[in-house]
Design a protein around this ligand. Structure first.
Ligand code: 5RP
Length: 243
């Protein structure tokens, strides 16, 4: 599983802290990335010790890891719907976290996130938004006063140029994400492409999220607003839980 910047020990503390909040009987959304992987591994250890949970994977990679760790899984369609148990909580990483808010006045704790470094943000948003509680796990390198990382935008392959033009029209600079070791673009678990769109500072992420969501050809973008309930930030020695 891909590891981005930040210390692995800090990521582990964050992931294990969030995994420690899971109770017997919970249905747990299992995020994607190196920090969420620590939570999945700790949940696997707790399952070995008798914890009774079921996981809902947010990607092929998190599904594979959960199977390796012995966590029983449900499909999203089995977890949600009439007579379905629902998702009690989701634990997922982020590429950037601005705890300052979404740009909506009156929100005291309204973290805005950029996700999608692992190109899994479409399914991550489905699972994280559906869960009763969404716990973000991160290390301090992810914290920012204002979001400014490029926003991953999953697009239909046939809509790639149309979306790129729409992004330029609202001040963004799109770059097609290319696979690191292969000669070609990254293809998501859903068979789509990813445009990483640089906007510079994003002081009003909620407004940009709406613009991207209403652009034809966009499958999903990586701005997550009004979704996170807690942020577990692992440090070199401790964990800060922001609520
Ligand atoms: C995948 C994600 C990841 O959660 C995000 O990229 C953080 O990854 P990591 O914990 O490896 O830094 O959004 O789509």
């Amino acid at each position: 599983m891909k590891t981005s910047g930040g210390s692995d020990a800090a990521k582990r503390r964050a992931g294990e802290s969030a995994a420690g909040t899971v109770d017997d009987g919970d249905v747990v959304g299992l995020g994607t990335g190196s920090t969420a992987a620590h939570a999945i591994r700790r949940l696997g250890e707790r399952v070995d010790a008798g914890l009774d949970i079921r996981g809902v994977a947010t990607s092929f990679a998190s599904r594979e890891l959960a199977i390796e760790c012995g966590i029983p899984l449900l499909d999203l369609d089995e977890a949600v719907g009439a007579d379905a148990p629902g998702i009690d909580l989701a634990i997922d990483g982020a590429d950037q976290v601005a705890v300052g808010g979404t740009g909506d006045a009156g929100d005291s704790f309204a973290p805005a996130l950029i996700k999608g470094g692992g190109a899994a943000h479409a399914r991550e948003k489905l699972v994280d938004a559906t869960a009763d509680r969404f716990l973000v796990v991160a290390d301090p390198s992810k914290e920012a006063a204002v979001l400014d990382r490029a926003v991953p935008v999953e697009v239909l392959a046939s809509g790639r140029s149309v979306v790129a033009e729409a992004v330029r029209a609202v001040g963004g600079e799109p770059t097609l994400r290319r696979a690191e070791r292969k000669d070609g673009p990254v293809v998501t678990d859903n068979g789509n492409l990813v445009l990483d769109c640089a906007f510079g500072d994003i002081p009003e992420p909620a407004a940009l999220a709406t613009t991207l969501s209403t652009t034809p050809g966009v499958v999903e973008h990586g701005i997550f607003v009004d979704l996170a309930d807690e942020v577990h930030v692992g440090t070199t020695s401790d964990v800060r839980v922001l609520t």
